[in-house]
Design a protein around this ligand. Structure first.
Ligand SMILES: Nc1nc2c(c(=O)[nH]1)N[C@H]1C(S)=C(S)[C@@H](COP(=O)(O)O)O[C@H]1N2
Ligand SMILES: [Mo]
Length: 522
């Protein structure tokens, strides 16, 4: 179709030429955008994909009868049909975008940008949504628009070419740009397929893991531990809602059959443990509330789960600890490390080498196949995910990832409490329920008090706790007159120590201060 007439005087190139290139530009721009979003998602997290988020949002949004009709029509190929349909829609929009970007800029950019925005909305509507989840669709939209503009500029140059030389040069420039873009899209798609393939493989291995029945079951959840207050987070946090904090840009993907844990350092004999070895041990289950040192007062970097694992002290006993050691440096597959006081791993608190979370193998994001869970310590000094080595050593000799960066050497969780309800403003004046959680892991909570403005501290109803290692819910009805009010909460631990009122930042060893919220009663 690209006949070049060399030698003769060439009039304006036929618009058909540029139309074809404009359409190709739109398709390539969309393809590079989608590839960029998928690749970023594959790197960031196994449970993120803008394309599948859009697909899932479509599935959720489609009315039941349409869903039934689609299943009747396509049977088990319904998901493939949906993806094909989405690809067709994106391709049609890309064709239109390429064409319009040439004729009526920036209409084409707007179309591709709108697709990025749709991906963003879809991702935000998924339960796995989090801050990380927004990056891939945003990247997809931005990349697609930038590529489209760059390609359209070259196509426009070609359209404006007046001499045969200019037409030839313009065509070569467009061909190089469009071809280069297509190659980048293919490469990005291939790379994300490889990354996904590795994750899919390990996800399948994870699904195949059969966790043993615990030799010691978790303490039962006492009746009434979960208060029937609307808006209060569940007592046990579902894995999908559990906060995730780590330095891993891409989630380590570990084949459990190849996983090894080595115990080294100041030990009588080094020990190496396989996943099968670990599953064969008498495992025990316990509820532990995990908290991040970066959790601000009132923040949500805290969650409570039922962990299945083998007490770390059993493993350390097998290795035999030499005198003088006071710390265990645990290292993850991706090189992160935590320094945990030896006694927290050997005392009776049941620090676990955990393989299960709420009855399932650990999610990839939460450390599959094995992580540490130590009641009473912030995650940065204890909760190593994807753990591969425990080195028995001394605080005087070695440091860990965050302690090298100015965070406290020991990281006991600070006694704290949070108001979750009322979560919305304004509230109706009159009787208002104030409710939330309080925690002092490994010590336990003995009382929670609530205050309205500068009034008296009133004892809240404290729900029974699962154990000293878990948070406890509280609630208290208070009377609010119309107008603005400050609601505050404070907790008292099992030793009678009252929560510190002094405001201190999260650095270096955890925030203190009282959680106070401002509500308006109408
Ligand atoms: N390998 C690894 N493990 C890690 C971290 C990390 O960055 N890398 N972060 C720690 C921190 S700071 C916290 S608060 C907990 C969070 O665990 P979660 O993501 O399962 O909630 O994991 C800990 N374990
Ligand atoms: Mo953390």
């Amino acid at each position: 179709m690209n006949r070049t007439r060399r030698g003769g005087p060439t009039p304006r190139p036929a618009p058909r030429h540029t139309k074809g290139w404009a359409i190709a530009a739109g398709l390539v721009a969309a393809a590079v955008g989608v590839a960029a979003g998928e690749l970023l998602a594959a790197i960031l997290s196994p449970s993120l994909s803008p394309v599948s988020a859009v697909g899932s949002a479509v599935i959720d949004a489609v009315p039941g009868p349409v869903k039934d009709a689609a299943i009747a029509l396509f049977g088990t190929a319904d998901k493939a049909a949906l993806l094909t349909g989405m690809a067709l829609i994106i391709a049609l929009a890309a064709v239109a975008a390429g064409w319009l970007e040439l004729r009526r800029p920036p209409a084409g950019s707007l179309i591709l940008g709108a697709f990025g925005a749709a991906g963003l909305v879809a991702v935000l509507s998924r339960p796995q949504g989090g801050l990380l989840a927004v990056l891939p669709p945003v990247a997809a939209g931005v990349v697609a628009v930038l590529i489209l503009r760059a390609l359209a500029a070259r196509v426009r140059q070609l359209a404006d070419a007046r001499t045969p030389e200019a037409v030839g040069a313009g065509r070569r420039a467009v061909l190089a740009a469009v071809g280069g873009g297509a190659a980048v899209a293919l490469l990005g798609t291939a790379l994300s397929a490889v990354a996904r393939g590795g994750q899919a493989g390990v996800l399948a291995l994870r699904d195949a893991v059969r966790l043993p029945v615990p030799a010691r079951a978790a303490a039962p959840v006492p009746a009434g531990a979960e208060l029937a207050v609307q808006g209060l987070p569940p007592l046990v946090t579902p894995a999908a809602d559990f906060y995730r904090i780590d330095t891993a840009l891409s989630v380590p993907v570990i084949d459990p059959d190849k996983w090894r844990l080595r115990v080294t350092g100041m030990v009588d004999r080094e020990v190496e443990l396989t996943f099968a070895d670990l599953l064969a041990k008498p495992l025990q289950e316990s509820y532990v509330t995990l908290a991040c040192v970066s959790n601000e007062v009132g923040g949500n970097l805290i969650g409570n789960a039922r962990w299945l694992g083998w007490p770390v002290r059993e493993l350390l006993a097998q290795a035999g600890i030499r005198p003088g050691a006071d710390m265990v440096l645990s290292t993850s597959r991706d090189g992160w490390s935590a320094s945990t006081p030896l006694e927290a791993l050997t005392d009776n608190r049941d620090a676990l080498l955990a393989v299960g979370m709420n009855g399932n193998p650990l999610p990839l994001e939460h450390g599959f196949p094995v992580r540490l869970v130590v009641p009473g310590l912030y995650g940065y000094v204890s909760a190593t995910k994807w753990v591969t080595e425990l080195r028995v050593t001394r605080f005087a000799d070695e440091t860990a990832y965050w302690t090298e960066r100015g965070w406290g050497e020991r990281g006991p969780v600070k006694l704290s409490s949070r108001i979750d309800v009322p979560g919305r403003n304004p509230v109706s004046a009159g009787t208002v329920t104030v409710a939330g959680v309080a925690w002092a892991q490994h010590t336990g909570i003995s009382a929670v008090q609530v205050r309205v403005d500068d009034g008296e501290w009133q004892d809240a109803q404290l729900a029974p706790g699962i154990s000293a290692d878990t948070w406890r819910q509280y609630s208290l009805p208070v009377e609010l007159t119309p107008g603005g009010h400050d609601l505050s909460v404070r907790a008292v631990d099992a030793n009678g120590t009252r929560q510190a009122e002094e405001k201190r930042p999260v650095l270096p060893d955890g925030a203190t201060g009282l959680h106070t919220i401002r509500v308006t009663a109408r």
